[in-house]
Design a protein around this ligand. Structure first.
Ligand code: NAD
Ligand code: MLT
Length: 310
């Protein structure tokens, strides 16, 4: 069985695959689409993170493909219907990076509310601008959590310990589950009306694409702060840009973008916007976790054992 790994994953996962006598593993990152289409025909499994785009033509070229393994959560870079049509399993590693993504969300919330990235740049450029970087506290503030899944749930548990109220929206969870972790399940409109900070934790799917756009920003409190450590495109970037310029939105903390890397993205030019280059899952612990899980998922598929599909 041949496994092609096209985005960097932790060596721990590679070791698990290589320990199998009849498994060959090739790591080839930074392939062009044409190179991937040419290579994939020889392989039984493809392991990716978020960079490789597994489009229909890649899937069709994968004559021997049995499984596409995503070392992470989001499968929006895989054409899942095309894979399903060909009987190819699409598996992910849904739990291994949830703490990393949750902690990054909280780090971004505090960095934004205390202007830490801006102050860091200012001081390192020789300035001493104490009054310019007046912040806000989170104690007693309301966080709106859109998408109360694994990461939204972990964020909720932690911010409750910091004295924040949490209003959550998720059409697929129950008021009882939300209450058990300290949130009130409510409508999007109540979140827009009351939240001081809004963080999104949904997948990027047709029903969530641009779910926060101009009409939603208009319903929000003046001075709301926005966090997106989930997927670029859940929040409409053009609408966010206007909402910040108009003063409606006081700040935004973004780890993900509609186009990555976000070359030429005008949001990067605004002082109110702080950014990281899709680092939500980038901890040593998370990368080991997801690499091990996805290696085990691929081996299970080869052995005909159960695989948890994405
Ligand atoms: P999850 O599947 O556990 O939770 C997603 C939640 O969104 C589910 O509870 C689902 O019911 C809810 N949802 C679906 N449609 C919705 C809608 N229209 N409105 C509100 N809620 C809706 O996923 P997760 O592990 O919590 O991951 C959340 C997001 O974070 C995903 O987009 C994932 O790709 C992303 N992520 C990003 C990073 C990063 O590096 N920045 C790391 C890990 C995960
Ligand atoms: C994910 O969905 O798991 C994230 O995008 C993290 C990643 O792949 O690095």
């Amino acid at each position: 069985m041949k496994v092609l790994v096209t985005d960097p994953i932790s060596e721990e996962g590679i070791k698990i695959l290589k320990a199998e006598p009849d498994v060959q593993v090739d790591v080839e990152t930074k392939l062009t689409k044409e190179q991937l289409i040419e290579k994939i025909k020889d392989y039984d499994a493809l392991i990716i993170r978020s960079e490789t785009q597994v489009t229909k033509d890649v899937i069709e070229a994968g004559k021997n493909l049995k499984i596409i393994g995503r070392a992470g959560v989001g499968i929006d870079n895989v054409d899942v219907p095309a894979a399903t049509d060909k009987g190819i399993i699409v598996a992910n590693a849904p739990e291994g990076n949830m703490i990393a993504a949750c902690e990054h969300t909280i780090a971004m919330m505090f960095s934004m509310s205390r202007n830490i990235p801006q102050a860091n740049i200012s001081l390192k450029s020789g300035k001493w601008e104490r009054s310019k970087f007046m912040g806000v506290e989170v104690l007693g503030k309301t966080l709106g959590v859109v998408g109360m899944g694994r990461i939204g749930g972990e964020v909720t548990k932690r911010v409750r310990g910091m004295g924040m109220e949490v209003l959550a929206y998720d059409p697929f969870t129950t008021p009882e589950r939300a209450q058990a972790i300290g949130a009130k399940l409510t409508t999007l409109d109540e979140i827009y009306e009351k939240a001081d900070f809004i963080t999104v934790h949904t997948p990027l799917i047709p029903s969530t694409k641009h779910m926060i756009s101009t009409p939603q920003f208009e319903k929000m409190k003046d001075g709301v702060r926005i966090i997106n450590c989930a997927r670029g495109g859940i929040i409409d970037e053009a609408a966010l840009l206007e909402a910040i310029k108009s003063g409606k939105v006081a700040g935004a903390a973004l780890d993900v973008f509609e186009k990555e890397p976000p070359v030429g993205n005008p949001l990067l030019e605004l002082n109110q916007v702080i950014v990281t280059p899709h680092l939500g899952a980038s901890t040593q612990e998370a990368q080991v976790n997801v690499a091990i899980t996805i290696a085990e998922q691929v081996l299970n598929a080869f052995k005909g054992l159960p695989v948890t599909t994405a």
